[in-house]
Design a binder for this molecule. Structure first.
Ligand code: GTP
Length: 319
C-alpha cells in the first residue's frame, strides 16, 4: 500500500487529483464505530446495538465525494480471546488494520480513556506507516469543557503510546455533528486513484450477509449479555416468488438462527413464540428497507452444539 501523499491545497479544485482508498474505525466495544460508519455513508449498513461486540462481519460502507471515494471497513472489536471464534475475530481485526490507508480510532467523549484504549493504542503504534486519526465520538453527551479535557487526554494517550495523531476530531454521529468534516479530513489521506466502486454503490457486502446481520441484530435485541456470541444467522435461500405480477414482487427469504445450546432456545423463541415473531417482524421491516422489495421471511431456530469452539461448524457458518 502506498504511503499517502499530503493533499495539495490547490487553489483550483478541478486540479486536485481524485483519491480513493480504505479506512477503518477501531475502538473499544460500544465506542460508536458502527453508528459513525452509518452516519458517514448515510444509510444503515453496519449493525448497531447498545451491547458490545455485535459487529462480526467486515461490512463496508462507501462514501462518494466529487474529489474522493472512501471505502469504510467496519471491524469487530478487538478483545481478550476466550474461544476460537474470539481468536479469529482478533485476527480479522489485525489483518484489516494492516490493509487500510487510514485508521480512525474511536474514543467515546463520555468515558475516560482506560486500559482498553491503551491496549488498542499500543497495537496501533506498531503500524508505523498508516496515518491514524483520533475520533472522539458521542460529543453530544458531554459539555464543551469535558470535551476539551477528553481531547487533551486523547492527545496524551497518543504521546504515551508513541502514536502521532494525524488529526484529533470530535464528532457526534447521532446528531450529525462534524461527520462531514471527518470525511473531509480523511479524504486527503487516501492515495491518488480513480473510484474503486461505481457511483451509487453503498456496500459490496453480499446481500445475504447483510440480511443475516439484520436478523442477528433483531434477535439480539433485549437478550442477556452472554448471548451475543452464541447467535449466528445463516441465510439459506433468497428467491423471488414465482407467479407474482411484475408490480407486486415478493422475495422469499429462508434463514436459520443458530444457537449453541438447547437451553438458549427459550430465550430467543420466547413464550408461545412471541419473541421470535417480533424478531421476524423487526428484521423483515429492515430487510425490506434495505432491498426495496416486499419480503416473506421464514425463520428457524436451530442448535449447533458449541459452534464457537468447533472449526468445522465455524466454517459452515461462514467464519
Ligand atoms: N449519544 C450518542 N450515542 C451514540 C453516538 N454514536 C453511537 N452511540 C450509541 O452508542 C452505542 C454503541 O454504538 P455502536 O455504533 O454500536 O458501537 P460500536 O463501536 O460499533 O460497537 P461494537 O459493534 O460493539 O464494537 C449505541 O447505543 C449507539 O446508539 C453518538 O454520536 N451520540
Amino acid at each position: 500500500m502506498d504511503a499517502p501523499s499530503p493533499a495539495s491545497p490547490a487553489a483550483d479544485d478541478a486540479e486536485a487529483p481524485h483519491r480513493s482508498g480504505f479506512a477503518c474505525f477501531v475502538g473499544r466495544p460500544n465506542a460508536g464505530k458502527s453508528t459513525l460508519t452509518n452516519a458517514l455513508v448515510g444509510t444503515k449498513v453496519a449493525i448497531t446495538s447498545n451491547r458490545p461486540q455485535t459487529t462480526r462481519h467486515t461490512v463496508r460502507g462507501i462514501v462518494h465525494r466529487p474529489e474522493a471515494q472512501l471505502v469504510l471497513v467496519d471491524t469487530p472489536g478487538l478483545h481478550k480471546p476466550r474461544t476460537l471464534l474470539g481468536e479469529r475475530l482478533n485476527d480479522v481485526v489485525r489483518t484489516t488494520w494492516a490493509e487500510v490507508d487510514v485508521i480512525g480510532f474511536c474514543l467515546p467523549a463520555d468515558e475516560r480513556t482506560g486500559p482498553g484504549d491503551r491496549f488498542i493504542a499500543n497495537e496501533l503504534a506498531g503500524l508505523k506507516r498508516t496515518p491514524k486519526v483520533a475520533v472522539v465520538t458521542k460529543s453530544d453527551l458531554v459539555d464543551s469543557r469535558a470535551l476539551a479535557e477528553q481531547l487533551i487526554s486523547v492527545d496524551r494517550l497518543g504521546k504515551e503510546c508513541g502514536i502521532e495523531w494525524a488529526e484529533i476530531v470530535p464528532v457526534s454521529a447521532t446528531e450529525g455533528r462534524q461527520v462531514s468534516l471527518l470525511a473531509d479530513l480523511l479524504a486527503p489521506m487516501l492515495p491518488e486513484g480513480p473510484p474503486l466502486y461505481p457511483d451509487g454503490d453503498l456496500t459490496d457486502e453480499p446481500e445475504q450477509v447483510m440480511v443475516a446481520e439484520l436478523i442477528r441484530e433483531a434477535a439480539l435485541e433485549g437478550v442477556r449479555d452472554e448471548l451475543p456470541h452464541s447467535i449466528a444467522v445463516v441465510v439459506e435461500e433468497m428467491l423471488p416468488r414465482e407467479d407474482r405480477p411484475a408490480d407486486r414482487p415478493l422475495l422469499d427469504i429462508h434463514a436459520n438462527i443458530f444457537l449453541e445450546r438447547p437451553s438458549q432456545k427459550g430465550i430467543v423463541i420466547g413464550p408461545k413464540g412471541k419473541r421470535l415473531k417480533d424478531v421476524g417482524t423487526t428484521s423483515r421491516r429492515h430487510i425490506e428497507a434495505l432491498l426495496g422489495t416486499p419480503v416473506y421471511l421464514d425463520l428457524h431456530v436451530k442448535v449447533a452444539k458449541d459452534w464457537q469452539r468447533d472449526p468445522k461448524a465455524l466454517r459452515r457458518l461462514g467464519f
